[in-house]
Design a protein. Structure first.
Length: 173
């Protein structure tokens, strides 16, 4: 038990050292826009989702044991989100692309992985420990902020979406 506590404290301390201090995007406020590369070289700009999709940002690192413990639940959320108008994004903090590609393959990741190589997005969102999850609704407003997923995924999806028109939901991730 002592060893696990020490490892967790070391992980939290490491994140505090790597993420620059900035004001957090808080629940009820507009989410800050960003553009990040995906692990496969594409780009994502958060504001492109506004009015179309809700988003879940899962800030993580592969060396973080609590982050890796959360992966199966994030995969379940991502699979369920496909028809709900919500996209799930893992936001990796300061790890190289080779490590992330191996993580995606080894864990059969079914959601987008964004590369926050300089931790600026993590800093903008006030990430102080990982995993940190941010839920953003279709209007671009932060509706959820925690260190784990909520238990009720259906209620979570409703929080992040407005009623969609026929044909809008169900895009493949």
């Amino acid at each position: 038990m002592m060893k696990k506590t020490g490892i967790l404290l070391l992980a939290v301390a490491s994140v505090l050292l790597i993420v620059p201090i900035a004001e957090a995007n808080t629940v009820g406020k507009a989410a800050s826009n960003f553009t990040l590369k995906t692990h496969d070289g594409k780009s994502l700009t958060l504001s492109n989702l506004k009015g179309k999709r809700g988003a879940v940002l899962v800030f993580f690192a592969t060396w973080c044991a609590p982050c890796m413990a959360e992966v199966p639940d994030v995969k379940k959320l991502a699979a369920a989100s496909r028809k709900k108008g919500v996209l799930v994004f893992g936001v990796n903090i300061r790890q190289n692309k080779r490590i992330i590609k191996r993580f995606v393959k080894d864990k059969s990741i079914n959601y987008y992985i964004l590369l926050d190589t300089d931790a600026k997005v993590a800093g903008t969102y006030g990430v102080r420990g990982i995993p940190t999850l941010i839920g953003i609704d279709t209007d671009g407003i932060v509706q959820y902020r925690a260190h784990s997923l909520p238990g009720d995924h259906e209620a979570f999806f409703k929080l992040l979406t407005k009623p969609l028109k026929a044909g809008e939901a169900g895009d493949k991730q």
